[in-house]
Design a protein around this ligand. Structure first.
Ligand SMILES: [Zn+2]
Length: 355
């Protein structure tokens, strides 16, 4: 079968012919589509130091996927023809991994499909333990490849709900209509976070430090999400109508962290998801502001099986209303491996169609 692979420690990507052995008690899944994200491109450019093969010196790429069951196993809840999304992270041996919360792994000894220690899904078929498959309704087939990136957002909402219970957050009509969410970063995760916070009823603003292509601006506009260009727009003017009560960073620079601490309202919630991690923090002043403003700050990484299910439910409910299919800006063939090296200018999400 065709598989898109990288050689460990080398820059580049190739399409290889690989045959997988039938594995007992595992379900055979035929790949329908796989999404491409920043992590895949970082792996191709050999920029991540935690990439590990499953065996040999190559790794099949791909962790965002949708597949169809080709051969099930006895007594399985899955039958042939069911649509499924495979989970990325597989548990290690710690206490939290043992209860399915490998997203909160204590020791880092988990494995991740297409990233560390397990082949991914950019191939024509794969064998999978049914525990790590999430059933998908046929009505969302067209964009179900977004379940994986969206599950991260569902976990962010879980963290947000936990932190917001610290103090009353409701507006005087019991809703959140007076509260504002600011999302930093306009990649697919940033846009998905904005859509979900908009659906929660918050005034939602998305931020980048450069102008956006028209297709992204139009998509945000249709969904009632405000765009703020942090290099040229006026912060104090914008904050009057678009308050910052929760800030979610999907980029990861300390410049953004500075801007958040400076502009967020008292009792604000900051959730960090981006991991680019550059720049430095002026400690003293920061501490005073975090304390004086009663801020809560949390990191959020990955998500559990429950979040995959919530993501799939979210797409069933909101994809038609929010035009989510327009997030898929390019559909490519497995042979188009250049797409793993080059990002098209107007890309939100590029996908590879396998069958
Ligand atoms: Zn663990």
């Amino acid at each position: 079968m065709k598989a898109i692979t990288v050689k460990l420690g080398k820059v580049g990507v190739e399409i290889k012919d690989i045959e997988l052995k039938q594995i007992k008690n595992k379900i055979k899944v035929r790949t329908i589509s796989t999404g491409i994200c920043g992590t895949d491109r970082e792996i191709v450019y050999n920029e991540l130091n935690f990439v590990k093969p499953e065996e040999g010196d190559y790794l099949i790429l791909g962790h965002e996927a949708l597949g169809i069951i080709e051969e099930s196993i006895e007594n399985s809840i899955f039958k042939e023809g069911d649509l499924v999304v495979p989970m990325v992270r597989r548990p290690g041996n710690c206490k939290l991994c043992k209860i399915g919360r490998q997203d909160y792994c204590l020791d880092g000894n988990f494995i991740e499909a297409g990233i560390r220690g397990k082949n991914g899904f950019m191939c024509e078929y794969f064998y999978e333990d049914e525990k790590y498959l999430v059933k998908i309704n046929k009505s969302i087939q067209e964009y179900a490849v977004l379940v994986e990136p969206l599950k991260n957002v569902m976990k962010i909402v879980e963290v947000f709900n936990f932190l917001k219970n610290r103090v009353s957050w409701e507006c005087d009509d019991s809703t959140y209509s007076c509260k504002g969410a600011w999302i930093f970063g306009t990649g697919p995760e940033g846009i998905l976070i904005s859509l979900v916070f908009k659906s929660l009823g918050l005034i939602t603003t998305i931020v980048n430090r450069h102008p956006l292509p028209t297709n992204i601006l139009d998509f945000l506009d249709i969904n009632g999400i405000e765009f703020f260009n942090s290099s040229s727009d006026d912060w104090s003017k914008k904050l009057k109508d678009y308050p910052m009560d929760v800030a979610i960073d999907a980029a990861g620079t300390t410049e953004i962290f500075n801007q958040i601490i400076e502009n967020i309202n008292n009792n604000g919630i900051i959730i960090l998801f981006g991991t680019k991690g550059s720049g430095s923090i002026e400690k003293g002043e920061f501490i005073t502001k975090i304390v004086d403003k009663n801020l809560s700050i949390a990191g959020s990484e990955d998500g559990s099986k429950l979040h995959y299910i919530q993501a799939s439910n979210y797409l069933e409910n909101y994809a038609p209303k929010q035009n989510i299919k327009n997030l898929i800006t390019g559909i490519y063939k497995p042979e188009d491996i250049w797409i793993l090296k080059e990002k098209p200018k107007d890309e939100i999400k590029s996908i590879i169609k396998w069958s």
